[in-house]
Ligand binder design. Structure first.
Ligand code: CP
Length: 309
């Protein structure tokens, strides 16, 4: 198999296990390209990509732009704050105007869950979801699992604890869906108010004791508390959250094994993780960021192939 079963990357929920394995195998090849002196290939030379960001981003936006440049694509960067969206233009009108200038692919981040799916029903171009509200962040989950595979040799059979604000996190949902498709074991950990009731229907364990979760897992993926998406107060204070769910050196020293510490970023140092742990040998946070470029190159390359077929 050398093509994806989908035209768009709207969410992990639409991918098959074969799709995920193809993305990983392709990312392996691009990671090798990125280790060369000349890091550029002509694969997307005749392709124009628009990076359409309606929400803030550091890692995802830069990573996609770099991936596109490494693939020799032509790039347009769109930021909603400097656009005619501020004058009342709709999402569909904005995108149709951009596409009329012969744009082939859209990378989109939007605060509304489902915005990329909605758009995919109205335009011809391939759409890559770069995070839609509290719904999905598929390329983050792909790069997270790719990093686990790189460090632990496989994803299948590995135990991954996702710790933090599960309720508001698109990273949590995409990670759960991907890890389950790859036959990993998944545990979610956090204050009961930040773990939605439906979560066990996704086949994950729930744990409220962070020390027990660390004893169980091979990798701990720590998530930021998403205050900007919280309409009410879900726990008494950040200090209390950090006391009960923050990862510190003592928790890791008490283990009789090594585990991977992961974080999609941005980190709130001293809240979900101490600086000592975030910067320690256990942490693969910057490896995740590095792998994001190869994984996004793979997604762009594979979807551009589907577009041309
Ligand atoms: N991990 C992630 O999505 O980071 P950004 O919000 O900076 O893109």
């Amino acid at each position: 198999m050398n093509s994806l079963s989908v035209k768009h990357l709207l969410g992990i929920k639409y991918l098959t296990r074969d799709d995920i394995e193809l993305i990983f195998a392709t990312a392996d090849e691009f990671k090798e390209v990125l280790s060369r002196k000349i890091k550029k290939v002509p694969s997307l030379r005749d392709t124009t990509v628009v990076n359409l960001f309606f929400e803030n981003s550091t890692r995802t936006r830069i990573s996609f732009e770099l991936a596109e440049k490494r693939l020799s694509a032509d790039i347009i960067n769109f930021s909603s704050s400097a656009s005619s969206v501020k004058k009342g233009e709709t999402l569909i009108d904005t995108v149709r105007n951009i596409l009329s200038m012969k744009v082939d692919m859209i990378v989109m981040r939007h605060p509304a869950p489902g915005a990329p799916v909605f758009l995919s029903r109205h335009v011809e171009a391939s759409i890559i979801n770069a995070g839609d509200g509290t719904n999905e962040h598929p390329t983050q989950a792909l790069l997270d699992a790719f990093s686990i595979r790189e460090k632990l040799g496989a994803v299948e059979g590995k135990k991954v604890a996702i710790i933090g604000d599960i309720r508001h996190s698109r990273v949590a949902l995409s990670n759960i869906l991907l890890l389950k498709k790859m036959n990993a074991e998944v545990m979610v950990v956090g204050p009961p108010t930040l773990i939605p009731n439906y979560i066990e229907s996704l086949g994950v364990r729930v744990e409220y004791d962070v020390a027990a979760a660390l004893r169980w897992c091979d990798a701990a993926n720590l998530l930021r508390i998403q205050l900007e998406r919280q309409e009410i107060q879900y726990f008494p204070s950040m200090r209390e959250y950090s006391l009960y769910f923050g990862i510190n050196k003592k928790l890791l020293d008490d283990l009789d094994k090594e585990i991977l510490i992961m974080h999609p970023g941005p980190i709130n140092r001293g809240v979900e993780v101490t600086s000592e742990v975030a910067d320690s040998k256990h942490s693969i946070i910057l490896d995740q960021v590095e792998n994001g470029v190869a994984v996004r190159m793979a997604v762009l390359y594979l979807l551009s192939g589907n577009r041309m077929n």
